[in-house]
Ligand binder design. Structure first.
Ligand code: BES
Ligand code: MN
Ligand code: MN
Length: 456
């Protein structure tokens, strides 16, 4: 790997500058006002992929944001790696909590501050640069296909159809994704699981118009009060979810599996201090790392209604709303969970209000085996560049398309993430370490080398 390493070292300043360029494009998928920026970002990704030596690079239109696809097929007898990533980013709000503007990247103390720096531009771009380094030094030992989408942060709603329509083009031996985090820069780890997701919105309607809260208050149900009651009833005293049937399909881990996961270092005091909380909270009988990875959850992501402007306005609102997400574990199914939630919520709603449950998006959980040639290749690659064998961990986040890749393409995924939980993804001051960016670029070629050897 000497010549690849030398190439990467010699070009590292340019690799950083190029990433900063991508980070300047506000490719926010959730908000239609960024539509043109999203399209511009897709074009930029296409150009970068071509410059890196990928061929047949195309901006593929979908009913939503485009998918950028390219490949470098050198020898049909070689194994093929399909790299997936996303160029869309989360909205930058709340803007006033950023120390520097989210789309004007700043490099400070070895960190790149910008929306999308870790999730996922900085991480997918490591693959573009690793491919460039392998192509230029003649050391690419696998065929590569690269698919970078623009709707991951809004549930990849059009990617399923794209994958189904392009099965032959996407045929590969493994999927490689850098869109997760490691335990620490000196504790490398590989995610062996992701949670699924069910995301929905609820609307509670009381009187047919906003009312004076003095004239009517006390006699007419307040939809916000009712919504709060309903939401709080969704957990019991042990912080278990009360929706009947919610846990029926949950795959419980054996004591041995839990003991294995518990080997990953975790400092609860540091965790609480970092978050500024006085105590953790979660399902009885499980540890903090378990609660945030192998157990299903229910969280309110947003709640609104009534008067939220300056000062006070006495009003008994007509409507209240909340956005609710449930993280799922194997073998819970998104559709079934949405149905259970809807039936339960409609059942528990008191007659003084009407409720409506609107599903938004979702996807299934995924687990990856640790005994495959691809996992061994990933583990060896990290061991070489970090000097330590990576620890397998179960992640709490979701990448819904991973389960779909397995279903449609029959392929397992390697979650080859180089971020940290402290990167503030989806939060103000998102950041990505230059250490992590460069580590990814040097580790990826080693994965390709080992995978070519081990795949056989
Ligand atoms: N990259 C994240 C997922 C992630 C982050 C997994 C950290 C593991 C560790 C991804 O971009 C993401 O944010 N996914 C969403 C789901 C999507 C349907 C909006 C999520 O997990 O909330
Ligand atoms: Mn991501
Ligand atoms: Mn994300």
């Amino acid at each position: 790997m000497k010549s690849v390493d030398e190439y990467i070292e010699a070009n590292k300043d340019r690799f950083l500058e190029e990433l900063l360029g991508l980070l300047r494009i506000p490719s926010v998928s959730a908000d239609p006002k960024y539509k043109e920026d999203v399209a511009r970002c897709a074009e930029a990704v296409k150009q970068r992929m071509e410059e890196a030596g990928l061929e047949k690079v195309e901006v593929c239109t979908t009913p939503g944001n485009p998918v950028v696809y390219g490949e470098k097929i050198t020898d049909p007898s070689w194994p093929t790696v399909l790299v997936y990533g996303h160029y869309d980013v989360q909205p930058p709000d709340p803007l006033d909590l950023w120390d520097s503007p989210p789309f004007e990247p700043v490099v400070k103390d070895g960190m790149i501050y910008a929306r999308g720096s870790a999730d996922d531009k900085g991480q997918f771009y490591m693959h573009v640069k690793a491919v460039e380094a392998m192509v230029r030094t003649g050391s690419l030992a696998c065929n590569v296909k690269m698919m970078i989408e623009g709707e991951e942060e809004v549930g990849s709603v059009n990617l399923g159809n794209f994958v189904k329509a392009n099965k032959a083009r996407l045929a590969a031996d493994v999927i490689l994704i850098s869109d997760t985090s490691m335990l620490a820069n000196d504790v490398p780890s590989i995610n062996t699981g992701l949670r699924g997701l069910s995301y929905l919105e609820v609307e509670v309607t009381g009187p047919d118009r906003d009312l004076h809260s003095g004239v009517y208050g006390g006699a007419v149900a307040n939809p916000i009060n009712v919504l709060c009651d309903l939401i709080s009833s969704l957990h019991d005293q042990d912080r278990r979810i009360t929706i009947p049937g919610f846990y029926d399909a949950v795959q419980e881990l054996s004591a041995a599996e839990r003991a294995e996961l518990a080997k990953a270092p975790f400092d609860e005091k540091a965790y609480m201090a970092d978050l500024g909380i006085g105590a953790v909270q979660g399902e009885k009988g499980y540890t903090t790392p378990e609660r945030s990875s192998i157990r299903p959850t229910l969280d309110v992501n947003g709640i609104w209604g009534g008067y939220t402007g300056e000062g006070a306005k006495t009003v008994l609102p007509s409507k209240a709303h909340a956005k609710i997400s449930m993280r799922l574990v194997p073998d819970q199914k998104n559709e079934a969970i949405i149905r259970l939630f809807k039936e339960h919520f409609e059942r528990i709603a008191p007659p003084c209000v009407r409720v409506e449950v609107k599903p938004l998006h979702g996807g299934e959980a995924a687990v990856t085996p640790t005994d495959s040639p691809a996992y061994r290749a990933a583990s060896l690659a990290m061991e070489e560049t970090f000097g330590k064998k990576p620890i397998p961990t179960r992640g709490g986040g979701s990448i819904p398309i991973v389960a779909l890749f397995e279903e449609v393409l029959g392929l397992k995924t390697i979650l080859f993430g180089f971020g940290l939980d402290s990167d503030n993804i989806h939060s103000p001051n998102e950041r990505y370490g230059i250490f992590n960016y460069m580590k990814g670029i040097t580790t990826i070629p080693r994965f390709f080398k080992h995978f070519a050897e081990l795949h056989g």
